[in-house]
Design a protein around this ligand. Sequence first.
Ligand code: SF4
Length: 431
Amino acid sequence: MSAALAAVPVVVRPKAAGGCSDAPVLKERGQREVFCGLTGIIWLHRKIQDAFFLIVGSRTCAHLMQSAAGVMIFAEPRFGTAIIDERDLAGMSDANDELDRVVAQLLSRRPDIKLLFLVGSCPSEVIKLDLSRAAERLGRSYSPNVRVLNYSGSGIETTFTQGEDACLAALVPGLPATNVKSLMVVGALADVVEDQFRRLFAAIGIADVQFLPPRRSTLLPVVGPNTHYLLAQPFLADTARALEGRGATRLEAPFPLGVEGTTAWFEAAAREWNIPDAKFQAAIAPAATRASAALSRIRHQLAGKRIFFFPDSQLEIPLARFLSRELEMNLVEVGTPFLHRQHLATELEMLPAGTMLSEGQHVENQLDRCRAAQPDIVVCGLGLANPLEAEGMTTKWAIELVFTPIQGYEQAADLAELFARPLVRRAKLAA
Ligand code: SF4
């Protein structure tokens, strides 16, 4: 436990000897039940307010996005699909001409767009449409008013949160260079969370904090050899690599979920900035104390309950750490699409020793394990939730955890509630 954490009344278990740092991981390679990386657009287009995401794909991609982002019909949408028709499959020039035409139409109608992402999909990858060349070509035409970038959200070999990783990694080469010591928070966070974090960093004594992605494309963070970055999301391997390619250094920390994770996350920056411990503790104590009190009111609903994670969002390991250590839940299996050992080193250390970890997916085998274990609650993708509910299990959609503000002190109890609510509802139905 960190020194700073000792000052706040959070109930945590002592680190299990060794945690799960060297624990064996069941590697599964079979059928997977996950959304594709296009889904990341749903939260990214709300975050970067002057960006537009143009999916270069098929009607299937358009339907997925329309149904997944159905809530966005209230606003002028900031994503769309350039449909590659079947006729385009025969001739590449058709597809490029069509793309240029759609982009010209879009940009003349929407002068508010300052950053245009061409988002690759399975169809554009199948016909090998070179979107990086298309982005360069279009970028030259529309510069300096509109910057055009590209990334892939294709469902081939990706999971849904990797869309964000690919998008942020595409932004990194264009970040302005600096030699000044700076802190960057990396990963899309709800604006309310970003504001809370900014205030807490200021109270700790780190005033100039930058966020990637920024709220506007004109506010890109600067990067260089004295940039230290904190990952706010665990699924940003490519972005991290790109930032390190620009000289930045990652601050080792667990993710800011729960009181313990949030404290250790801020503490990693405070240590790098040589903030005196007393100042750090004074800055975080009010929020940490409030969050601990809020968690203690929910704990009895979750303590002792058994939870099973199907691999979906890559948030599984930090969530499992929070639920087991701060809410006393028992982990039956923690599945993750990918296990990035380096970025999750602290998280793995903090998991209870002996936790069953799995990476990748063989959905039938995993369903068998889940049915045999009969957990109290299952975290899974949308496709599995209904069949499991029909079998009498209580489920939580993994995607909801990505859409909901769950990071930081003020959100710790909301995060716990997301797991408590379905259990309480099930208990009421059974009563
Ligand atoms: S990118 Fe691929 S997986 Fe995603 S909706 Fe389009 S076709 Fe389907």
